[in-house]
Write a protein that binds this ligand. Structure first.
Ligand code: ATP
Length: 300
């Protein structure tokens, strides 16, 4: 039997009376890349800290490869936090050396390769690095131990599109080599490319969880474009199959779980310039998942 790599069961984390994470249950299976999405303040970093034993859960349980987190966990698990935890007065090379001395799994050859990939000079002091270069250094340190488990909190923070792509490829490469990755990102395109599984948090709660293909297949968009402004739709959006609508000028968009073709026919009867039934991308799914419930105005 293979053990679930990261198992989070009914995790709640409160800061005073504020619940940053509420009843989160999430399993990340070996070799999978799981992308955690959520608006600012949704609880992603808090969940990561609880998973890694850096914050004490108020309730719930966490296991990494079937066991509680101990210092030994970090020999094979690497964490790149959202904010850099580098020492400003130390050089890049000194950080790599510190990593080598403190982790028996450090691979100097891998560190060299990664320094070259990110074009980082060993002699440079951290205080002279740009924000993106600091992110790169943290990734280099994390990947230099060839971790079996990688937890990355916004790994592309401050990186330009070229290095964002490098990070994406490094994640895919690590997973192909057997690593399991849990990462958060506001770059939805990056999540769509790298993740096989996506979990979406909103106000501390898990609102959606599934494979990228499952989530994409679960909804359609019916889009109608009118000559003038969108006419009265005779209560169309009150249809329970419509999850949410958007109206921008002449464009009307309904997000539906099922019945897309029938809703398209009803819209067509109102004489628009065009009506189409479209597939969703991950950004649509994310925006739907974190949008507020249908407003009364939507049902006009
Ligand atoms: P972002 O995408 O902006 O990084 P996030 O999803 O990572 O956000 P968290 O940093 O986990 O969100 O924060 C979740 C909520 O918990 C926020 O409302 C934040 O203000 C609150 N919070 C986080 N840490 C603490 C703390 N130490 N004390 C009190 N509240 C906290």
């Amino acid at each position: 039997m293979t053990l679930t790599t990261i198992s989070v069961h009914d995790l709640t984390k409160r800061y005073g009376s504020f619940e940053a994470v509420s009843h989160l249950t999430l399993d990340v299976e070996p070799g999978s890349i799981c992308g955690l999405l959520g608006p600012n303040g949704a609880g992603k970093t808090t969940a990561f800290k609880c998973i890694l034993g850096l914050a004490r859960p108020t309730a719930g349980s966490i296991a990494i490869e079937g066991a509680p987190v101990t210092p030994k966990t970090f020999e094979t698990t690497a964490y790149v936090p959202e904010r850099n935890v580098l020492h400003e007065w130390m050089t890049v090379g000194e950080h790599v050396e510190l990593n080598r001395r403190s982790n028996p799994k450090h691979d100097p050859k891998r560190a060299d390769e990664l320094l070259a990939t990110f074009k980082l000079d060993r002699r440079k002091k951290v205080k002279r690095l740009s924000k993106g270069q600091k992110t790169a250094l943290m990734l280099i340190l994390a990947l230099s131990i060839r971790p079996r488990i990688l937890v990355l909190d916004e790994p592309s923070s401050g990186l330009d599109p070229i290095f964002q792509r490098v990070v994406l490829d490094l994640m895919i490469d690590a997973a192909a080599g057997g690593a399991t990755i849990l990462f958060s990102s506001h770059q939805i395109g990056q999540v769509e490319r790298a993740a096989d599984r996506v979990a979406i948090l909103k106000q501390g709660r898990l609102v959606l969880d599934g494979t990228v293909d499952e989530l994409k297949g679960s909804q359609k968009i019916v889009e109608a474009i009118f000559e003038d402004s969108v006419p009265s739709l005779n209560g169309l959006a009150a249809d329970a199959r419509i999850l949410r609508v958007e109206r921008v000028g002449r464009v009307y968009r309904a997000y539906v779980r099922e019945g897309g073709d029938e809703i398209a026919r009803r819209l067509d009867a109102l004489g628009p310039k065009s009506v189409s039934v479209l597939d969703l991308n991950l950004e649509d799914i994310f925006l739907n998942a974190v949008a507020d419930a249908k407003s009364p105005e939507d049902t006009i």
